[in-house]
Design a protein around this ligand. Sequence first.
Ligand code: B12
Length: 225
Amino acid sequence: MPVFSNLPEYRTDLIHKITDLREQEVLALVHTRLAANDDPLNIVEDCQEGLRQVGERYERREYYLSGLIMAGEIFREVMELLSPIIEIKFTGQETGTILLGTVAGDIHDIGKNNLSLLLTSYGFTVYDLGVDVPPQEFLNKAIHLKPDLIGLSGLITSSFDSMRETVRLLRESDNPQVAATPIILGGNQLNEQVCQYIGGDAWVTDAMTGVRLCQSLLADRKPSA
Ligand code: B12
């Protein structure tokens, strides 16, 4: 996790504007940073930190649910500006396929969509099942598609049990290829202990690390020449 207190002012400025839900100021600042050729991934990272702080205000009851909704909407608008640039800037020739979805009971999809955008830009084929995906649906699609990797997204504590159940079902599949498919977990609330509880192969809290992980897992699976 980056140390945000060490960031330059123009970056903490965006974080604060997101945290304060200043929609128009956020969008103006994003335009300014893009015009100055800033890395779009830095902008995503700053937004993610801003959203995390919105979540903290919600926990402290300084914001209501509407605050979370507003924050999500601001980020969606930011991503509308960033997506075309990310698609051009980040390209790759990966040939792997990944089955992706937000697990049952959880409707958070901003982070999952970011990951999907980056993976697609790098050349991966992404099958996105959407949100609130039951374990059985992951299994059915995995049997049908035989992906190289499976990615489970979950942002709320209760999604850990959905992730665990999904992993169990996949691992116990009669289909040996599906049972052996690496499963990556993603979401801001994850840590090593939670990953072990769920039974995933790896976990990440940001999309770019997720892409690198997918690349290295695929390299491990491909037979060496
Ligand atoms: C926006 C938001 C919402 C929006 C979501 C809109 C949407 N379309 O997604 C709405 C308003 C719908 C919402 C609803 C709720 N929310 Co909410 N929400 C948030 C908030 C503020 C931001 C989440 C976000 O988008 N972050 C930005 C993205 C970019 O980050 P990310 O999701 O972590 O994703 C990154 C990585 O994790 C990774 N990644 C993500 N998925 C995957 C998957 C794979 C395979 C990989 C490799 C990587 C990867 O890549 C992403 C990009 O870098 C968080 C606060 C926080 N700390 O995150 C709370 C938060 C997650 N919500 C919370 C809560 C409590 C709720 C509600 C229960 C509120 C309520 N009373 O109804 C509901 C739950 C609804 C449900 N059943 O799912 C809590 C969860 C607490 C907990 N421990 O369970 C949080 C943490 C806020 C808080 N601090 O209290 N929420």
